[in-house]
Design a protein around this ligand. Structure first.
Ligand SMILES: Cc1cc2nc3c(=O)[nH]c(=O)nc-3n(C[C@H](O)[C@H](O)[C@H](O)COP(=O)(O)OP(=O)(O)OC[C@H]3O[C@@H](n4cnc5c(N)ncnc54)[C@H](O)[C@@H]3O)c2cc1C
Length: 385
């Protein structure tokens, strides 16, 4: 006879792992299922590193959620004795015509976030390896930095299992029921699992599991990432010489992370790529992207213009129409929850998402309207950056 759970969480990425963690801490019987394993190489949470920053332009909600999440990631690092967070600092390059960074600074001040405002001269003095003639000033978040994404999610799952969560490798089929409640989920291997509640935290797979509901509301897009090999014996591109760099005023929205653990200098463009299938999509980067990257490097990071590409990755964003998360009850099935829509910025918020889902379900906490299914449109108009 199969075990009965209070909650089955489907998806062991950043959102599902932290949700299972908090539900278990609240005393619930929890199983966590994943088709490919926690933070696997297809998952959006499966990259080596993710940026954690407090700045979100004028958007105080996500600034608050980042500020809530960072100490929890740090606590996890202490508890598991791993370096899961690197305090590299996050540098926002700006120019005089850019309202986003000005508003971001106002929000950081209001929230009491440690920050510095750097003049163009100061940017050049502190970071001589960079060349940003277009930046007239910058905002620096010295306390922010880089999370070791894959390792961190796996650490959350390991800790949850130690505390009594059952982790099960299983691929769940799209759920079906003709009543207002779902009794069980079925897997591709022919088994089934029962629970009082089901939480689908399946990131870019959510539209496959709920095609009628989400095919038009969550769009996975192909995102390419490059790791460059700096010159031997040079530390210009490692912390503390190099912070995370966000050049959002540039049309390609480039961002870069310092060389951490000798993996290489990571750089990518934060604009949405073409639509992408997370199971079968090709994860080989395009030649065109490499020439675009070289052009950017030539202008702004000349020391890396000819640097070898030591590794590439293709990941996917799981975008809602405007970039707000989807965290809501299924509109027809009262014991089913949908958690996802990280939209290229969700990773850092994993702890806050887990806390929020747990409080919503167990304590009937107030719902944030921006996370509702009803607020999700079908036309793509990104508004959260
Ligand atoms: C290139 C790139 C850079 C990014 N940079 C940042 C950043 O710097 N900072 C930041 O905060 N965020 C960043 N993000 C966004 C962030 O990584 C995602 O928003 C976040 O990881 C989403 O987590 P998730 O748990 O919702 O989804 P996922 O991590 O994709 O997890 C979903 C899980 O569900 C499982 N699953 C799916 N279907 C099934 C099924 N049928 N049965 C069982 N299991 C199933 C999958 O195997 C997977 O493990 C970036 C994303 C990408 C792609």
């Amino acid at each position: 006879m199969s075990k009965t759970y209070d909650f089955i969480v489907i998806g062991a990425g950043a959102f599902g792992a932290w949700t299972a963690y908090y539900l278990r801490r609240a005393g619930a019987r929890v199983a966590l299922l994943d088709a490919y394993g926690p933070a696997n190489s297809r998952a959006s949470s499966g990259g080596e590193t993710r940026v954690i920053r407090m700045g979100y332009g004028p958007d105080e909600l996500y600034t608050r959620w980042s500020a809530r999440s960072l100490p929890v990631w740090e606590q996890l690092a202490r508890q598991t004795n791993q370096q899961l967070f690197h305090k590299t600092g996050v540098l926002w390059l700006s120019d005089d015509s850019d309202p986003y960074t000005r508003q971001l600074l106002d929000v950081l001040i209001k929230n009491g976030t440690v920050h510095e405002k750097l003049s163009a001269h100061e940017i050049g003095r502190r970071y001589p390896q960079l060349s940003f003639a277009d930046a007239t000033w910058a905002a620096l978040e010295p306390e922010s930095g880089v999370l070791m994404a894959r390792q961190a999610v796996q650490a959350v799952v390991k800790d949850s299992v130690k505390n009594g969560v059952d982790f099960i490798l299983a691929s769940v089929l799209p759920p079906k029921t003709s009543t207002a409640r779902l009794d069980a989920i079925h897997t591709s291997a022919g088994s089934f699992f029962s629970a009082a509640n089901f939480i689908f935290a399946c990131g870019p797979w959510l539209p496959k599991l709920f095609p009628d509901l989400l095919a038009d509301r969550i769009s996975p897009t192909r995102q390419e990432v490059f790791f460059l090999g700096p010159l031997a014996g040079i530390d210009d591109f490692r912390p503390p010489m190099m912070p995370v760099l966000l050049h959002h005023t540039h049309s390609l929205r480039p961002y870069a992370l310092p060389d951490i653990e000798g993996r290489g200098f990571k750089i990518a463009f934060d604009r949405h790529g073409p639509d992408f299938d997370p199971d079968t999509g090709s994860r080989v980067v395009a030649d065109q992207s490499i020439s675009e990257l070289r052009q950017y490097l030539r202008q702004h990071i000349p020391a890396l213009f000819a640097a070898p590409i030591v590794e590439t990755r293709v990941c996917q964003y799981e975008n809602t129409s405007n970039g707000d998360f989807l965290i809501d009850r299924h509109p027809e099935w009262e014991n089913v929850w949908l958690v996802g829509g990280g939209s290229g910025h969700g990773f850092k918020h994993g702890p806050a998402v887990g806390e929020y889902v747990t409080a919503r379900i167990l304590n009937n906490a107030a719902a944030e309207p921006r996370f509702s299914l009803a607020s999700k449109q079908t036309t793509r108009a990104r508004a959260v950056f």
